[in-house]
Structure formats: structure tokens, C-alpha cells
Design a protein around this ligand. Sequence first.
Ligand code: G3H
Ligand code: 13P
Ligand code: ZN
Length: 336
Amino acid sequence: MPLVPMRQVLDAAAAGSYGVGAFNVNNMEQIQAIMMAAKETQSPVIVQASRGARSYSDDSYLRHLMLAAVELNPDIPIVMHLDHGNSVDTCRSAIEQGFTSVMMDGSLMSDGKTVADFDYNVAVTSEVAKMAHDKGVSVEGELGCLGGIEDGHGANVDARAHLTDPDQAVEFVARTGVDALAVAIGTSHGAYKFTRKPDSDVLAMAIIEAIYKRLPNCHLVMHGSSSVPQELVEIINRYGGAMKPSFGVPVEEIQRGIAHGVRKINVDTDNRLAITGAIRKVFVEEPAEFDLRKYLTPARAAMAEVVKARMTAFGQAGHAGDIKPRTLEEQAALYR
Ligand code: G3H
Ligand code: 13P
Ligand code: ZN
């Protein structure tokens, strides 16, 4: 099947009351790890690339690697999604490069750091929605800002300062026509989200419940959803790493979100941790080794294990067959 529109995958997830992990990629091994996990669990999957990933790997390599994933996995619905597009132009170029879904993150200005106002966000997001829907491409918007700036994308704000306002979310979705809405509930990107196991003081799951009540047909997205498993941090530190103690988003909180309309869950950091730990282990245990396959093979396997666990926990496992793929042209006709 061809790369599919994200809208179709999220509609199926809503009908089946499950969530779908969206995993970031930068290279071939990460795409292979996701596809190994998707094949084993028979999951539909969202593969996403940030602006940084696009410039690291180059759109042409990315596109052809994704087409290889499609060719080798004809039974798995695969979405190719732009993560945190910062401008209309970035989204346009992703669509031209074959992405079947784009995020226009108008919660921040195009520098990816300065908090934007509501009118700016509505204007850029609706412009992208018109342009993308015309081609059958799905659109994710974001309202409210994540905390932290660890990965270079995000306002350097206290995560509690820019949580999503549920009433504003209703207006935002109506005015922009987005297919999916990313909400700010106190998470941030990266490994250092919380200094203790998060409770409702720092992780505002109630906001998701309030938005779901008002927008039961909108697909909600949780960013910054890595769980930062302690065992992965320990492996890194055991083999010479220097990661500080911290807490991520517990999987059971994500499952609570899925019960209240969360359909897309963004995970990058957990996979980075798995890969880094596996590579460090080989470097320490076999210091004479210099065949890259000797450390990239366990790294890829370690990431596949994380992705498999998330696919199972989010409920997408076993649902690859839910989708009879739509072409972008068919999806465009539906928007019209
Ligand atoms: O936006 C968050 C993702 O973890 C991507 O990070 O911008 O470093 O590729 P990145
Ligand atoms: P993590 O850093 O928690 O994995 O979040 C990734 C993300 O939200 C990508 O958009
Ligand atoms: Zn994000």
C-alpha cells in the first residue's frame, strides 16, 4: 500500500479507541527499527521527521528510505509526518517531498522559540490546512506551548505557564480545520521533563479530559511523551554516560489520555536513550571493535524493543488491517 494520510489512521484509531505512536527518525536504522516493531505487532504506524532530521538526512534520502519501508511492508499502513513545522514554507516543502501529513506548529513563531499569539497561530495553521487538504495531506496544529528548550525546539517557558485553554481549543479547531490538535499539558521534549514522578500538579491530564468533552471528534496529540525508563538511563550511565536523574510521562498516564481522545503520541527521547545505551555498551565491552554493524545492530534492536512496547501499550498492535488505504487524491476529494 502507498504511504497513507494520517487522517485515515487517526480516524481508525478513534473508531477502535486506541492510540498510535509517532516515532521520530533521522536515519535508516531508526526507520528499520520502527518497521521491525510494526511488522511484529501488526501495527499501523506514524513515522515523523523534524526539521533537524530533514536537514541531517536530506529529504531525498528520507523519502527513499520511507518508500523502501513501504515496499518491504506492504500490509502495514505507514504515515510520513512532518514534526513541528515552523512555517508555511516548511510545510509546503514537506508536502512536495511526499510527506502525507504535516504539523504546523504555530504556537511558536518561525524561530521555533518565541511564543506566538492566538491570531498568528490561527492564520498560519489555517493557511497550511487549506494548502495541505487540497492535496489530501493531513494537518496537525498546536495550541499552548510545551516547556523546556532542550532539543532546540520549544519556548524556554515553565511548562505550566502556557497550558492549552479548552475553550480556545474549540475556537482553534473550528477556525483552522486541523485534523489533529497537539495540546500542552505540562510536558516538554527531551529527557528532563519532571524532577519527580509527575502528579496532577505538573502533568495536567484534566485538560485533555476537558478538551475531549468539548471536542469529542477531534484527534488529540500528546507531545513530549517519552517515559524516560530508568533502566535505559542506567545502561547509559553504567557504560560511561552522565545522565541526571529525571522522570518522564508514565505509560499509564498516556493510556488515560487515550481513553479521553488522544490518538497520536509522540516519542523520540526513549528511542534515543535505547540506541545510546546499546552503542555505549559495545564501546565499553569491546573497545577494539570498529565495525559499525557491531554496534548499530544492537542499537536498532534496542529501539525496536521500545517501539514494540509502546505499540502494545497504546493499543495499536493488531490494528494494521483496520485500514484500507486511501490515496491522497481520494482523501483530497473527501475534504472537498
Ligand atoms: O521535536 C522534538 C523531537 O524530539 C525532534 O527533535 O528537533 O532534535 O530532531 P529534533
Ligand atoms: P519526547 O522528547 O518526550 O520523546 O517527545 C518527542 C516529541 O514530542 C516530538 O515532537
Ligand atoms: Zn513535539
